[in-house]
Design a protein around this ligand. Sequence first.
Ligand code: ADP
Length: 254
Amino acid sequence: VQEQLLHAQKMDAVGRLASGIAHDIHNVLGVILGFARTRQRLEEPNDDIEPVAQELADALEGTELAARRGAAVCRKLLNFSRRSVTMTETFDVAETLRELLPLLRQLLPPNVHLDVNASDLLLPIHFDRNQFELALLNLVTNARDAMPDGGFCVVSAAKYGENQVEITIRDSGIGMSDETVRRVFEPFFTTKPIGVGTGLGLSVVYDLISRAGGTIAIESTPGLGTCVRIHLPKSEAVAEDALQPSAQSVRVWL
Ligand code: ADP
């Protein structure tokens, strides 16, 4: 019985991991597909080639980042087949947000205006950088899905109190009912059509943030929009001027 129980637990863990990875790959492909939009722009008659060339350059950059992220997801899977590890490092949230900007732009259709407000102060956190980026991608994908007719998405990062970092993702989308707000972190809870939603995005993000000692909260008003607010402990482990991405510890989970 003991052995059967262990097996069932392992199968459950594998299932959750596989769904999580499928979800990540789905998001990355969403970014790459956004490239098709830029191709359409090239096919339209254009008097002024300069802005189109800029769009193309941005799209290529976003696509390259997305492809790299996809490769990282595959590495995660390979890691799991050996042993599942989380690589934590200390990095600056504000800088990471600025780097992610082209990729986030690529994810959003032209009728969604994106703003990134990253503090000039260093906001060091101790986290798996790749998983942090995937979490942001997940949240911005949700914001996009909530704004089929366009709108605003604002991603901000700032110091919160003395030793925390606050990251918010706001959208002017459809918002959520009270019932949805209560259930958003449940695995497989989705209000999206089959094939679009997996109901894993927010449960995976919740898991990641809690493991890192942080909190995530949702404020939402139907018809007005949603704000996802994340608090993470500010990393004091390194001197701030020595902040360089470096693998500092390896945490084994599952
Ligand atoms: P999925 O996006 O696959 O449905 P999630 O766990 O990411 O899975 O989200 C669960 C549900 O929470 C969504 O189906 C949607 O109803 C709601 N939701 C999440 N983010 C937002 C948002 N920014 N605006 C409105 N609803 C949202």
